[in-house]
Design a protein around this ligand. Structure first.
Ligand code: SAH
Length: 471
């Protein structure tokens, strides 16, 4: 398995200084799975290429803590690991080019921060998901990609394509950044059984991904694949990488106790029941629970056969993990499992995954958003996702005076950004309905007090028919 890095920035043989590897020598480094050899097939002031040849010892691999195959008896001896770039290549990069990865260059430190034209060639990269995944990973970082996919067997073209590619990546970038991209993304492409999965890897991923992974549109896939779908680790890493928006919600979720003031009467069950009833009544088949929290509504929805597909979305990885544990989706029979999906995302961004639903519920979600973010949510839900029916519930602030020992003006929950009176809620919802061509009805949730109304309030929006036709 060969990785070459070429630059043409004059004088190109500076690459030797940057990599801390003398161009005239062949050098070797031991890694757990074999040996890495570093040499220069081409050195001149015009063009310089450093090669890293990885020599994996498949037998040594079995003896060490390498990946244990379980697909067939000899898999641990007969597999593609010696021939493809995988997490072993990352380990070799980290070992052979450690100074460069850490941004150190003893003799020419001024070169460290210089973006140079580089071309990287990976002789064989296994990419699960094919070229689309390769592009989704490298293109947002600015790489030009030239990928050649190999047939499973050239003698039997009918067998089709393999997952193996010869890949050339070009970019003008610092060497340090280039190496950190390769370090993280090679095993992400491969997505095989890595030999590394422990909490330390979260730190390594965050360190190597620093400065680019936060803003990468495929960061979720990168983190999950890198950490091999270990939910708890991926959750830790993602919560560090989430945007400020998202991170604030995560923090609030940790700090804020559950509803602090509301009586323990299962008022919340009433809201959920009311939301479910409205979605049933609307005849919705594909429904989304937006800001689903720990999946209380999802459970109710699953019990109704009318709902053919149910999506739960929340910004908080932590609550999604709880939801996932509670629902035990993996253990559901196939038919049931196909009906439900949990996704992480923020309602303050347009999200194509939310399009095409007949019904959506936002149960006690809007009051968790600051006004500018609420405006973004309005557009994301009513302008772009545009479900046929939208059920929104929120506390009725007027009712707070009936709570015992509840100081005036205090909100029910530490993370609430506002609590509206019935008038305020109705004004907001009516404006929204007019703006996005919905009809809206208001309902009380819970027993109504003659003066201050009920504990919670609900708006049911239905998309006007001619609005539907326009699209
Ligand atoms: N609907 C649930 C949870 C209500 S608590 C229930 O009734 O039980 C509010 C939920 O909204 C939290 O889980 C929080 O993580 C989520 N949330 C807050 N801001 C969000 C945003 N911008 N996008 C998606 N979810 C959000």
């Amino acid at each position: 398995m060969l990785l070459t890095i070429t630059t043409s920035r004059f004088p190109a043989d500076n690459l030797g200084y940057l990599l801390h590897k003398h161009p005239a020598k062949i050098q070797s480094a031991d890694i757990s799975a074999g040996k890495a050899h570093i040499f220069y097939p081409e050195v001149s002031a015009e063009k310089c290429t450093a090669a890293l040849l990885l020599d994996i010892d498949p037998v040594g691999l079995v003896r060490s803590s390498g990946p244990k195959g379980n697909d067939f008896a000899l898999e641990q001896y007969v597999n593609d690991r010696p021939y493809v770039a995988s997490s072993f290549m990352s380990a070799a990069i980290a070992k052979a080019y450690s100074s460069a990865m850490n941004g150190r260059c003893k003799d020419k430190p001024e070169l460290v921060d210089v973006a140079m034209p580089f071309t990287v060639k990976l002789s064989v990269l296994s990419v699960r998901g094919g070229e689309a995944v390769l592009r989704a990973l490298f293109e947002p970082l600015g790489y030009t990609i030239n990928a050649q996919q190999h047939q499973l067997d050239p003698l039997y073209p009918d067998w089709g394509q393999s997952r193996y590619f010869t890949v050339e990546l070009s970019h003008t970038i610092t060497l340090q950044r280039l190496l950190s991209h390769l370090y993280v993304l090679i095993p992400v492409c491969d997505n095989d059984k890595h030999y590394w999965i422990n909490a330390e890897e979260v730190e390594k991923l965050l360190a190597k991904g620093s400065g680019w992974l936060e803003a990468h549109p495929a960061k979720e896939m990168i983190v999950r694949r890198y950490l091999k779908d270990q939910r708890s680790l991926a959750g830790q890493a993602l919560s560090v990488l989430l945007s400020k928006d998202e991170a604030e919600v995560e923090e609030a979720a940790v700090e804020a106790p559950e509803e602090v003031t509301e009586p323990k009467v299962r008022i919340h069950d009433l809201r959920l029941q009311a939301a479910k009833d409205e979605l049933l009544l609307a005849g919705a088949k594909r429904v989304a629970d937006l800001g689903c929290g720990e999946c209380r509504l999802l459970k109710l929805l699953l019990a109704e056969r009318q709902f053919e597909f149910i999506l739960g979305m929340d910004v908080s990885i932590r609550v999604l993990q709880i939801a996932n544990n509670r629902l035990k989706i993996e253990r559901m029979p196939d038919k049931q499992r196909e009906r439900i999906q949990l996704i992480q995302g923020s309602l303050t961004y347009r999200d194509k995954r939310l399009e095409g639903f007949d019904g959506a519920a936002l149960v006690e979600v809007i009051e968790h958003l600051d006004p500018p973010r609420l405006a973004a949510l309005e557009r994301a839900v009513f302008e772009y996702a545009k479900p046929g029916t939208v059920v929104v519930t929120t506390p009725n602030a007027e009712y707070n005076v009936l709570f015992e020992n509840h100081p005036e003006g205090k909100m029910r929950h530490n993370d609430h950004r506002f609590e509206w009176t019935r008038k305020e809620f109705e004004a907001w919802a009516t404006d929204l309905a007019v703006k996005y061509n919905y009809n809206v009805l208001f309902k009380a949730v819970g027993e109504e007090d003659a003066e201050v109304g009920a504990l919670s309030q609900m708006a049911v929006f239905s998309l006007q028919k001619d609005n539907l036709k326009n699209d």
